[in-house]
Design a protein around this ligand. Structure first.
Ligand SMILES: [Zn+2]
Length: 128
């Protein structure tokens, strides 16, 4: 059976990715304004609004917030790339081997850029 990665499917994925990207963008915005949404105390925000500053006692929390912001920013980047690839018509193509990425994998992980085999291989290589 042919992969169900037709125009219609791509449109559905595009809508989904756009929505996920919007969510991530607003999460990132929320995080900047009020880190407590991620389990970081509101006190720190009140004392140091958006300040990456030199307060030693705040550094641990700041790191936590920074990591989460980094992760979100990374996710937004990946989703943006996915949208660009949909626009270019290369969405769902493995960046390593050029094969079509498994449809269930893309549906579970819309920003995936590698097929399962390549992903597993690169994870093995990283672990080695
Ligand atoms: Zn591959």
């Amino acid at each position: 059976m042919a992969a169900k990665t037709g125009k219609r499917w791509q449109k559905q994925m595009q809508a989904r990715i756009e929505k996920e990207r919007e969510t991530a963008v607003s999460q990132l915005r929320d995080l900047g304004l009020s880190p407590e949404v991620n389990g970081v105390s509101a006190q720190w925000t009140a004392d140091h609004p958006r300040d990456e500053g030199d307060q030693a006692q705040a550094s641990e929390r700041a790191d936590l917030g920074f990591m989460t912001r980094e992760r979100l920013a990374e996710r937004i980047n990946r989703l943006t790339v996915a949208l660009e690839r949909i626009g270019e018509g290369t969405y769902g193509v493995c960046e390593m081997c050029g094969a079509q990425i498994e449809t269930p994998r893309l549906e579970a992980l819309p920003d995936a850029t590698r097929c399962l085999a390549c992903q597993e291989r690169s994870e093995r290589e990283r672990a080695a």
